[in-house]
Design a protein around this ligand. Structure first.
Ligand code: ZN
Length: 411
């Protein structure tokens, strides 16, 4: 999805405001000699921004609007070192709520819904983002915040909540509690809006079945407003994102070059109208791809596939970026294989090779299965692996997914 002329004009305004304010990124752009871009090529030459750099701007170095216009800050949960502080103007807060309202609408949620919000409130963008969007929509908010499952379930029953906003793990916990307590017939939930962490199909199915609800993945990050910049529609063909507020490109995380639509890579986001802390080409380190073509729902906003992992998980082989969950996904299409597998990458005779070890029971033709899996990998990922089929129980069992990938090229 090439950047449009309108988006280029918007980026130029962002660049101009950053430089004028002399904020952290304004100075960086000035140092890089950037004052304006003319086309998509120029855009792709703009320097990236990174979370580590954002930390250097602590506490308020990112502030790009005059202080009297800043109405709030949020902070991303830094696991190490300084947190990142993002200042918001009233317009930023309102824009975020508009985007979030669109997300609810995409999920078919209306002002007659009762939305129970379980993500946390505070410096973190989650709870308040869900809340502002719901109020913009005109729905009734039940602002619970996290934890206190007894109270959570009591309110869910008594208030007849129809929408649950939650992380996938908390939704699962609630689903299990509801089953344990035998109160499923008192629950009125119809939909779940789930913050997009990477979660398996199995977990999704379980939550959806136990609670009897449709699930929607919502995407976002504190550095770029917060949750609410994209969500899947009922066709579940990826998350529509709001390209009048943000521009998304997918890059090869190793080379930094933009990849064509449909190819997997790192999500890089540029804000188009942000005032408090605009970000140009912000590297999220989330892996996904832009889904080409139009969605059957008719919505013109482009689509991002589900988040498939972090850039740190990626393996590069024969010039193609691969990551373990892609292969895991393909193996799941073969019910005759067990849930165990191993991926080994080695460098032999000047070439990278990727071997996939899978298990099956004795009733299956090993050679045929190996051929079918290899063909599927070729058609889905773009190269042919060596697939070794072994007897059930031969592969090592481990809790950790990382042990399933062995890169012998660096050993
Ligand atoms: Zn759609």
């Amino acid at each position: 999805m090439k950047i449009s002329n309108e988006q280029i004009t918007q980026v130029n305004t962002q660049i101009h405001n950053l430089i004028k304010a002399g904020s952290f990124y304004g100075k960086k752009l000035e140092e890089a000699g950037v004052s304006e871009i003319k086309d998509a090529d120029d855009f792709e030459k703009l320097p990236f921004s990174e979370k580590n750099d954002l930390r250097q701007a602590y506490p308020l170095g990112l502030m790009t609007a005059p202080e009297e216009e800043i109405v709030r800050i949020h902070s991303s949960s830094g696991t190490t070192g300084l947190p990142v502080i993002i200042p918001y103007t009233a317009k930023d807060v309102d824009d975020w709520a508009i985007m979030f309202k669109r997300c609810y609408e995409m999920a078919g949620i209306t002002n007659m819904d009762r939305i129970q919000i379980t993500p946390g409130y505070g410096l973190w963008t989650a709870g308040i983002g869900f809340q502002n969007g719901a109020e913009k929509l005109g729905a009734m908010v039940i602002p619970m915040g996290p934890g206190n499952t007894d109270k959570q379930l009591q309110m869910m029953v008594d208030m007849k909540s129809t929408v649950l906003c939650s992380t996938s793990s908390y939704a699962l916990l609630l689903a299990e509690e509801i089953e344990k307590r035998g109160i499923k017939d008192q629950i009125h939930l119809k939909k779940g809006v789930i913050g997009s962490e990477r979660w398996g199909e199995k977990m999704r199915k379980r939550i959806s079945e136990e609670l009897g609800i449709e699930l929607y993945d919502i995407y976002g990050l504190t550095e770029i407003y917060g949750p609410g910049i994209g969500i899947n529609c009922s066709y579940n063909t990826g998350m529509h994102y709001w390209d009048d507020y943000i521009y998304i490109e997918i890059i090869d995380p190793q080379t930094g070059k933009t990849v064509p639509d449909g190819e997997l890579g790192e999500i890089v986001i540029t804000t188009l109208v942000k005032e408090g802390a605009p970000l140009i080409r912000y590297r999220t380190h989330d892996l996904s791809r832009i889904i080409p073509g139009e969605c059957p729902c008719g919505c013109k906003h482009p689509r991002l596939d589900v988040i498939m992992g972090r850039t740190d998980d990626m393996i590069k082989i024969k010039g193609v970026n691969v990551f373990p969950s892609q292969i895991e996904e393909i193996l799941r299409e073969f019910p005759e294989t067990s849930s165990e597998y191993q991926i080994r990458i080695s460098h032999l005779d000047g070439k990278d090779t990727l071997r996939i070890y899978v298990e099956t029971n004795g009733s299956v033709d090993f050679a045929d299965l190996s051929k079918r899996i290899a063909a599927r990998v070729k058609s889905k990922i773009g190269f042919t692996p060596l697939v070794k089929v072994v007897e059930l129980g031969l592969l090592p069992r481990s809790e950790k997914k990382s042990k399933r990938v062995i890169d012998e090229r660096y050993e």
